[in-house]
Design a protein around this ligand. Structure first.
Ligand SMILES: [Zn+2]
Length: 301
C-alpha cells in the first residue's frame, strides 16, 4: 500500500538469519514473506512486485548477490530469481543501503535533494551516494560501499601497512567499518554487541573508551572525505548505532566537517539523522519495487 508518502506497513514477519548457507537463507526469506502475505490476507496474484533489500556487494540489475562478508555462504546467488520462483511474485533486488537511500530521498530526510549521501552506522557501516540527481552505481553496480573506505594505516614505513590496524570483514584493513561497525566494535572489546562497549566506555573503562574514540575518528574522517569529494547538500546518517549513540556518531561527524572540510562544501551541507528509523530498508524496498514495476526510477537504476 503506497501513496505519495511513507509506505504503510500492514503486516510483518521477522526471523533470524540462518547461519548454515545460502539455501537456508533463501528458504527463510520465502517462508517469512509468505507468512507476511498470509497475515496481510493477500495472495501472490494480488502482489504487483516485491522488493528485497540485501547486504552487498550485489548487482541490482541482474538480481545477483555477488558476495556478503556478513552472511555465511552467500556468493554469486541469483537471489531475485530464486525468490520469484519461491513466491510467484516479481522481485526487485537492491543493496540495503541503496534502498534506504532511495527511501530517505523520496519520503525522508533527504527529500528533494539532488546531491546527498546516506550513511548507515549499524552492525556494519555502509551507504548510498546520489549525485546530480542520480544514484552513483559505478561500472559493476557496486558503488557506494563507503563503509569500506580505508581510513587507517600504519604510518611507520618500517612496519607492514596493516600492522596494528584492524582487519575488516571485506578482506582489507583500516576500513571505516573495521573501526566503527557495531559488530567489529563488539568483537574488539569481547562484548556481545556495540551497546555494551558504549556502556563500558561511559562507566570509565579505558579500553572501551579508546575503541569508541577510534570509531569516532574513523567516522569523522569519512564525513570530511564525503564532503570534500562529493559536495552533497545533505548527509543522512541512520542505523542503530547512529540512532542510539548520536553523540558518538552524528556529533563527531558534524564537528569534523566544520573543523576540517573545505569551507564552501562544509557550508553547503547539512548532516542530519535519518528520518525513517529501523524500517527504512523495508520502506525503501517497497518504494523501489513500486517505481521499477511502473517503469520509473531511472534516477536510481
Ligand atoms: Zn572493509
Amino acid at each position: 500500500m503506497v501513496g505519495d508518502g511513507i509506505p504503510t506497513i500492514i503486516a510483518r514477519d521477522e526471523r533470524r538469519t540462518p547461519r548454515d548457507g545460502a539455501d537456508a537463507i533463501v528458504n527463510a526469506i520465502v517462508s517469512s514473506a509468505s507468512e507476511a502475505m498470509r497475515k496481510a490476507n493477500v495472495r501472490s496474484s494480488d502482489v504487483v512486485a516485491a522488493g528485497c533489500s540485501s547486504p552487498g556487494p550485489l548487482d541490482h540489475v541482474s538480481g545477483i548477490v555477488i558476495e556478503t562478508p556478513n552472511l555465511v555462504g552467500f556468493r554469486d546467488i541469483a537471489l531475485a530469481s530464486r525468490l520469484e520462483r519461491g513466491l510467484g511474485v516479481k522481485v526487485f533486488l537492491d543493496r540495503d543501503t541503496c534502498m534506504a537511500a532511495i527511501a530517505e530521498g523520496l519520503v525522508g530526510a533527504a527529500r528533494g535533494a539532488k546531491d546527498y549521501v546516506y550513511v548507515t552506522v549499524s552492525t556494519g557501516v555502509g551507504g548510498g551516494i546520489v549525485s546530480g540527481g542520480r544514484m552513483v552505481r559505478g561500472a559493476t553496480n557496486t558503488a557506494g560501499e563507503i563503509g569500506h573506505w580505508p581510513v587507517g594505516f600504519q604510518p611507520d614505513p618500517g612496519r607492514a601497512a596493516d600492522d596494528g590496524i584492524p582487519r575488516c570483514g571485506c578482506g582489507s584493513f583500516g576500513c571505516v567499518e573495521a573501526f566503527a561497525g557495531g559488530s567489529q566494535l563488539a568483537a574488539q572489546f569481547g562484548a556481545r554487541d556495540a551497546a555494551e562497549v558504549y556502556v563500558a566506555a561511559e562507566s570509565g573503562d579505558t579500553r572501551a573508551a579508546g575503541l569508541v574514540i577510534r570509531a569516532e575518528r574513523a567516522l569523522a574522517n569519512l564525513a570530511v572525505g564525503l564532503v570534500n569529494a562529493l559536495n552533497p547538500t545533505v548527509i543522512v546518517v541512520g542505523g542503530a548505532v547512529a540512532e542510539y549513540q548520536p553523540e558518538h556518531v552524528i556529533e563527531p561527524m558534524r564537528r569534523a566537517i566544520v573543523d576540517r572540510a573545505f569551507k564552501a562544501p562544509a557550508r553547503a551541507v547539512r548532516l542530519v539523522p535519518a528520518a525513517l528509523g529501523g524500517d527504512v530498508g523495508m520502506h525503501g524496498a517497497v518504494l523501489e519495487a513500486r517505481e521499477r514495476a511502473a517503469g520509473r526510477g531511472d534516477w536510481f537504476l
